[in-house]
Design a binder for this molecule. Structure first.
Ligand code: GAR
Length: 215
């Protein structure tokens, strides 16, 4: 099996990165994590990637005067490592349309909400403010519009009385760590495909269950 060469782009602690690295250790996983790239030299995830034996690279956005220069440096590093697919995992730089279009259909992101609700930042705080009873996370293809790309997978969690942002975030991140590897597997083994701007699935679903909160 030819495994898809994946780069994970991070800016911080890299807990989703770790979940992808661990999943990709399985011999039947259809992707290999070939590079971890950070825009921040102090991202804690870099050490965690090195400890896992993954090649790392820092492209510091502050060392580049324009977004295009920064992204050209990223493209050069991605080409050097023969990367075919990008996973954004807590990568906190807005990408230009040019970069997103170059990687169209080959770049995915994990977002801490049930999109299209709560695009952008501070998703848990906003979910609590709105009083939603179900929250969650989404893995989606990246398109130029922020957090708006075709949805590959979602996981829902209940919002419970007395929740704080921290408690809700802790409940959601557990699901992110399960969902992201599943979504990457489905994309790389062809179970989920991008077709006319939507994700098409080649396996059937059991539609009898309901996610209900309160249960
Ligand atoms: C994750 O919750 C991820 O969904 C979020 O940042 C966190 C990164 O954590 N991403 C975004 O908000 C992107 N819009 P991690 O570094 O531990 O994976």
């Amino acid at each position: 099996m030819a495994r898809c060469r994946v780069a994970i782009l991070i800016s911080g602690r890299g807990s989703n990165m770790v979940s992808l690295i661990e999943a990709a250790r399985a011999p039947d996983f259809p992707a290999e994590i070939a590079l971890v790239l950070s825009n921040r030299p102090d991202a804690a995830g870099l050490e965690r990637a090195k400890a896992a034996g993954i090649a790392t690279c820092v492209i510091d956005h502050k060392a580049h005067s324009t977004r295009e220069d920064f992204e050209q440096a990223m493209d050069a590093a991605l080409a050097e490592h023969a990367i075919a697919f990008i996973c954004l995992a807590g990568f906190m730089r807005v990408l230009t349309d040019g970069f997103v279009e170059r990687w169209a259909g080959r770049m995915v992101n994990v977002h801490p909400s049930l999109l299209p609700l709560f695009r952008g930042t501070q998703t848990h705080r906003r979910a609590l403010e709105e009083g939603v009873l179900v929250h969650g996370c989404t893995v989606h293809f990246v398109v130029p519009e922020l957090d708006a790309g075709p949805i590959i997978a979602q996981a829902a969690v209940p919002v419970v009385p007395g929740d704080t942002e921290e408690r809700l975030a802790a409940r959601v991140i557990v699901q992110e760590h399960k969902l992201y590897p599943q979504a990457l597997r489905m994309i790389c083994d062809g179970t989920a495909r991008l077709e006319n701007g939507r994700v098409a699935f080649s396996r059937g679903w059991d539609a009898s269950g309901a996610l209900r909160s309160p249960g």
